[in-house]
Design a protein around this ligand. Structure first.
Ligand code: HEM
Length: 586
């Protein structure tokens, strides 16, 4: 060590080094030493031959270069900046004992440090939040293989029944198997087409459900948009998976029955706690012993509620196939049960099917419903945006039929409204966590093996370095100058909708279809206004998450062509017509 530091002093202060370097690289010198010695006037002392002097210089130069190379290699890279950790516990107490939610504390730390990547040490686990698109791409594109696993946390372990699924399962054979099944059998383009009829049925039910409420004189036509949006998503995925929208009988007006209410509310409860900051995840000694923050109980209760409805359906269906009383495949459950290994035995166990179906439900209900609720709230406060979207629908689809999936690719303005909502109002502050499986360097920082990487959906989408007036809802920022199609994905991660890389969302087509269809049907079928008691929609985030603080309630007026479509049976009549109020038009 001492020798090297001496060399360091030498190399940094010795003014002869450039001269030696010149000598070393001088072609004349190397080609003809005799000439070089005379031209370069190298210092020679009496008794030392010019040849020896040149040899020593060369040796010294080589040693210096080697040292510089060694120094570059040996100098340990720094971790990203972050709060100073306490011994052993790191910054755990800071997150535990703050009144703020963990995600708000983390974003505040990043703002205070003016940093787009930081490292928070939580009892030895390095948690790395990121708000820079360039760095995010570095993680998920250039170093995708290293960051394609998930952390082992209690909420994911319970929800996935011991990691039998795709999204929540750390990398490995089980993840590969389940992802292959999803990509080729559940979410492929062909399967998407196969299930189109079921999705359209639900899009028609959505119109009926909202229409009934809009015509209800007792409520003045005010609709709870959150309920409509969440149940549309729940109905679609239940229909695609189980071939039915209701576990029980539903409601007379086409709305959810108690069973669906409990099902959807349990799904959202799981989503609220999945990967949320939980102290036992950082103190493995506490895991399954002390449920300090009560998360374990909440997740177990919610997963039991979901299982109560889904598992009997799955068991019964397996029995029907085994007994031969069902022979035709009609939905995704049939597909999963029917998958076989080479020897003819089932590819998936009943537990794998049960766990995977919970995950598919979770993946489907949250993003689309939240994006549409926020988008509509923003648009009601800016009626010109509503007008522009309606004008597009009238131009592309017309007024004698409802918008269909085949129209969606042409609805660039409607899609840009949805995309703007994904940017500004993501349902979750962070992407699903990624964990590193090896030491790596990202953006010049050392990222140790086992780090939890949290790409901030909030921070990316609202990054003022990337977006003009990031807090303004301005859908037109996503329109392309050449009029080409607006996609809801963003491969550059300037915003994080579906993410990218090995862990990227395999449900892009289904997710985009559901969200755009929900938005398009609500805008095409109804004119939306403030409820009579309000002067504007309060666009405030909830104190505990990123939902609108209060579910969006808005007055819906059916557009005139809608009743014509009902009367002429071009769309199925709503299940129950409420007492009609006078109908308006837009
Ligand atoms: C608008 C709707 C949707 C959005 C915005 C969305 C977004 C995402 C995001 C951000 C991830 C995490 C990517 C990562 O870890 O880097 C993800 C993963 C995933 N999504 Fe989606 N998703 C949507 C709809 C769906 C649907 C409808 C399904 C299937 C029914 C689905 C299935 C999955 C699965 C299985 C994963 C995990 C992939 C893996 O870990 O290998 N998603 N999605």
């Amino acid at each position: 060590m001492a020798n090297f530091s001496r060399l360091l002093n030498f190399s940094s202060s010795c003014s002869t080094l450039p001269c030696m370097a010149m000598a070393f690289f001088n072609p004349i010198h190397t080609a003809n030493p005799a000439i070089a010695f005379t031209t370069l006037e190298m210092p020679t002392s009496e008794g030392i031959s010019p040849f020896l002097s040149s040899f020593c210089s060369t040796l010294l130069l080589a040693a210096s270069l080697l040292f510089i190379l060694w120094k570059k290699r040996a100098k340990p890279l720094a971790l990203p900046p972050g709060p100073n950790p306490w011994p052993i516990v790191g910054s755990l107490p800071g997150l535990l004992f703050t009144k703020k939610l963990a995600f708000r504390s983390i974003h505040k730390m990043m703002d205070d440090m003016n940093a787009e990547i930081i490292c928070i040490n939580l009892w030895g686990v390095h948690v790395i939040p990121v708000t820079s698109p360039q760095i995010a791409v570095d993680f998920l594109k250039r170093n995708d293989a290293v960051f394609s696993s998930r952390p082992d946390v209690l909420s994911a372990d319970i929800t996935s029944r011991g990691y039998l699924t795709t999204a929540l399962t750390p990398g490995g054979e089980q993840w590969k198997k389940m992802k292959r099944v999803l990509a080729s059998e559940v979410l492929s383009a062909q399967r998407h087409r196969w299930l189109q009829g079921k999705r359209t049925e639900e899009a028609d039910h959505l119109i009926g459900f909202v229409y009934n409420q809009s015509m209800d004189s007792t409520t003045g036509g005010v609709v709870n948009v959150r309920v409509a949006a969440q149940h549309y998503c729940g109905n679609v995925i239940r229909k695609m998976v189980f071939g039915k929208r209701f576990f029980g009988n539903g409601r007379a007006d086409g709305g959810p029955g108690v069973e669906e209410e409990e099902h959807v509310s349990a799904l959202f409860k799981i989503l609220a706690y999945l990967y949320s900051f939980c102290v036992s995840d950082y103190l493995p000694c506490l895991r399954r012993r002390l449920d300090l923050d009560g998360h374990e109980k909440i997740i177990r209760t919610a997963t039991a509620s979901v299982a109560k409805y889904q598992d009997p359906e799955i068991d019964e269906r397996i029995r029907h196939w085994t007994e031969g009383t069902r022979t035709e495949q009609d939905d995704l459950l049939d597909i999963l049960i029917g998958l076989k290994q080479k020897d003819g035995s089932p590819l998936l166990s009943p537990d794998e099917i049960k766990a995977q179906l919970v995950e598919l439900m979770l993946a489907t209900v949250d993003n689309p419903s939240n994006a549409v609720e926020w988008a509509l709230a923003e648009m009601i406060n800016q009626p010109t945006l509503l007008e522009r979207a309606t004008e597009e629908l009238d131009r592309v689809v017309g007024r004698n039929r409802l918008v269909q999936e085949s129209d969606l690719s042409q609805l660039n303005y409607v899609k840009s409204c949805v995309k703007e909502s994904f940017r500004l109002h993501p349902i979750a502050p962070f992407n699903v966590p990624h964990i590193s499986t090896a030491d790596t360097t990202i953006a010049g920082y050392f990222i140790p093996k086992g780090s939890h990487v949290l790409l901030s959906r909030l921070g990316l989408g609202r990054n003022p370095r990337v977006w003009d007036e990031p807090l303004q809802f301005r859908p037109e920022r996503h329109l392309k100058r050449d009029g080409s199609a607006v996609m809801l994905t963003d491969p550059d991660l300037k915003m994080l909708s579906f993410s990218i890389g090995r862990r990227g969302c395999p449900g892009v087509t289904l997710g985009s279809t559901l969200t755009t269809m929900l938005m398009a049907r609500l805008l095409q079928g109804f004119s939306w206004e403030l409820p009579p008691t309000m002067s504007k929609i309060e666009l405030k985030e909830s104190a505990k998450d990123l939902f609108l603080a209060e579910p969006l309630h808005a007055k819906a007026r059916p557009r005139s062509f809608l009743s014509f479509l009902f009367q002429t049976h071009r769309i199925p009549p709503p299940l129950k017509m409420a007492n009609p109020v006078k109908m308006g038009d837009s």
